[in-house]
Structure formats: structure tokens, C-alpha cells
Design a protein around this ligand. Structure first.
Ligand SMILES: CC(C)(COP(=O)(O)OP(=O)(O)OC[C@H]1O[C@@H](n2cnc3c(N)ncnc32)[C@H](O)[C@@H]1OP(=O)(O)O)[C@@H](O)C(=O)NCCC(=O)NCCS
Length: 299
């Protein structure tokens, strides 16, 4: 157990994203530790402008340890919670066990408290790492059920390519004006995560239903199993219109958020695998109805 901080040979930097070398060093850390590349965010409108990274840098300019906070307002049980998210938490192997992660976590949480955030959320595969700071895991549920009868669409959906300037601008404008996808649990904006998530999983399809002014994030597997990941729109279209617009007629559907705005009911299924969503603050609040944050909001 690391009781004291040993930061010999390292320099602490906060709020360093405006320095291209600092940003590049974080991209490199996340590639090395998690195998994910957030570099393309620069072509997708840049990192979340509210980001506040806390990092220890070595003499070569590499990030040895980091955690980043950012504003992440979300809806919980019908109310908007003024929350922050924590992401990009990692320490390079040679620097582990020196208290560096505890140090950046405490700094980030202090910053969140000083900013007046009423809650902090994060995803992790190591829940015990955060329990000491007052985080608790929130149970997550997806929904499954038979598909609704198709409705006649005014127009068919077309694929939207965030790498194309016009499509990116359209998506960014819809993200700005979106309604939360559920009244139980949903982010309110979080454009940067939606955009980078379109790049991190090649199976995610992004389609636009122009007549509904809605962007649909979805997947379909080889067996024809349809998963709805997210809908970006000021007014959420019914699931029947989404399926008709996508011109697909699956027997079963899976919805990866509470479908209370979709005009469709499925059965909630607990999410057993994957990372856990953890919440700090708000007493013992938890979603009243089974719910989850859309995977497009995952960070
Ligand atoms: C998890 C990780 C960040 C810990 O880094 P570290 O520099 O060794 O952490 P510290 O020395 O600051 O230790 C902080 C605390 O976490 C505990 N800890 C370390 N690794 C842990 C693990 N895998 N699971 C649970 N607790 C852990 C330490 O015992 C210490 O507890 P203490 O404050 O009671 O003394 C690092 O191993 C890592 O980057 N792993 C890969 C990426 C990752 O898992 N990121 C975080 C999860 S989202």
C-alpha cells in the first residue's frame, strides 16, 4: 500500500490540453495503457472544452500519471444533476505504487468540490479503487423485447459519416440541441464522447433520419440482432419509426438505455459484464427505474 507520494523526477501540470505536446503525451498514455486512440478527437471538434486534466510528467515530457475531470451534467430521475465526470485515469507501470494515482484523484476531486459540482461519476473495472473516495456502483440495465410493428417513414435514413465535414457539422448541431434520451438516466450534452465513441468501435453505425432530424447510433450483428445505442434529437422518434427509417425488421431489439421516450416497452436486464458506473454524491440516490447511460456517453 502506497502511503506517501513519491514524485521524484516528475513535474505536476494541470489544465495542459492547450499545449499540443501535453495533449499528445496524454493520447500516447491512453494508447499505451488502454489501447484506445483519442487522437482523432482533434478532427472531431477537439476534447471537451470543460476538460481539466491533472498529470505528472517525466523529464522527457511523457505523462506518468493522469486523471481528467470534465463537466458532465446528467439527468437522474427527471432532474438535471450538475455533475463532473472523471476519465483518462492511468499510471505508467514504472511509476505505479508511489501514490501518484491517489494524488491526482484527490486533486481532481478537490477541484470538482471547489467548482461546486454536486456529484462526480466515472466508469471503472476496478470499483474498489474508488470506494475510499465515497464512490458507489450504480446498477445498470439494458432493455430487450420484440420489435414494434413497422411504421411508414417519410424518408429513409442515410449513413452519417462524422469524418465528412458536412456530416460532422450536422451531427454537432443536433448534439447541441439534443434532448436527454431518457428521463431516468441520460447525459444532457457530452458531444465529445459521442463523437469519439463513433471512432472507437467500428461496429457502431451512425444514421440520420432527416425527416425526424434525428441521428441514430445502432448495431446489428450477423444473427440480425439489433441494438439501439443512442438517439440524438430534440424530439425522440418512436422505435417503430427508427426501425422503418433504417429499413430493418428485426424480430428482437435491445435498447441500451431506458426506452421511456421510444413508445416501446422492453424487459430490463441487468448488465453483468463490462465496466461499472460509479457515483459520488447525491446521498444514496440511484435510478428509480432500471436504466443505464448510453454507451455513446461512455467515457
Ligand atoms: C490502477 C492504477 C491507476 C493505480 O496506480 P498507482 O500509481 O499504483 O496507484 P497509487 O500508488 O496512487 O495507489 C492508490 C491506491 O490505489 C490502490 N490500488 C492500486 N492498484 C489497484 C487496483 N488494481 N485495484 C484496487 N486498488 C488499487 C493502492 O493500494 C492505493 O491504495 P491506498 O490509497 O489505500 O494506499 C494503475 O495500476 C493503472 O494505471 N492501471 C491501469 C489502468 C487503470 O486501471 N486505470 C484506473 C481504472 S479506470
Amino acid at each position: 500500500m502506497a502511503q506517501r507520494l513519491d514524485s521524484t523526477g516528475l513535474t505536476f501540470r494541470q489544465d495542459y490540453f492547450s499545449d499540443p505536446a501535453g495533449w499528445a503525451a496524454l493520447v500516447c498514455l491512453l494508447k499505451d495503457i488502454f489501447g484506445i486512440d483519442i487522437g482523432p478527437l482533434q478532427q472531431l471538434g477537439g476534447p471537451d472544452p470543460t476538460s481539466m486534466p491533472f498529470g505528472w510528467f517525466d523529464a522527457e515530457g511523457e505523462v506518468a500519471a493522469n486523471i481528467s475531470a470534465f463537466a458532465l451534467p446528467f439527468v437522474l430521475n427527471g432532474r438535471i444533476v450538475h455533475a463532473a465526470g472523471l476519465q483518462s485515469g492511468a499510471v505508467r507501470p514504472p511509476w505505479r505504487g508511489r501514490g501518484l494515482y491517489r494524488d491526482v484523484t484527490v486533486k481532481a476531486l478537490d477541484w470538482c468540490d471547489r467548482q461546486g459540482f454536486e456529484a462526480v461519476i466515472l466508469y471503472t473495472d476496478k470499483p474498489s479503487l474508488y470506494e475510499a473516495y465515497g464512490f458507489r456502483a450504480i446498477p445498470l440495465h439494458r432493455y430487450e423485447g420484440t420489435a414494434p410493428a413497422p411504421s411508414t417513414p417519410a424518408a429513409l435514413a442515410r449513413p452519417l459519416l462524422p469524418t465528412h465535414a458536412e456530416d460532422l457539422a450536422r451531427l454537432q448541431s443536433l448534439l447541441k440541441g439534443r434532448s436527454p434520451i431518457s428521463t431516468s438516466l441520460a447525459v444532457t450534452v457530452n458531444a465529445a464522447m459521442f463523437l469519439i465513441n463513433t471512432r472507437l468501435d467500428p461496429d457502431i453505425r451512425i444514421s440520420v433520419l432527416e425527416d425526424r432530424q434525428a441521428v441514430i447510433a445502432w448495431k446489428i450483428d450477423e444473427a440480425g440482432r439489433f441494438s439501439l445505442l443512442d438517439v440524438v434529437a430534440a424530439e425522440i422518434p418512436p422505435l417503430a419509426a427508427i426501425l422503418s427509417g433504417l429499413k430493418i425488421a428485426p424480430a428482437f431489439v435491445e435498447v441500451l438505455f431506458r426506452p421511456d421516450k421510444l413508445g416501446w416497452e422492453g424487459a430490463p436486464q441487468p448488465l453483468e459484464s463490462g465496466t461499472r458506473l460509479m457515483l459520488r454524491g447525491l446521498g444514496d440516490a440511484t435510478p428509480i427505474f432500471p436504466a443505464m447511460l448510453s454507451p455513446m456517453a461512455e467515457f
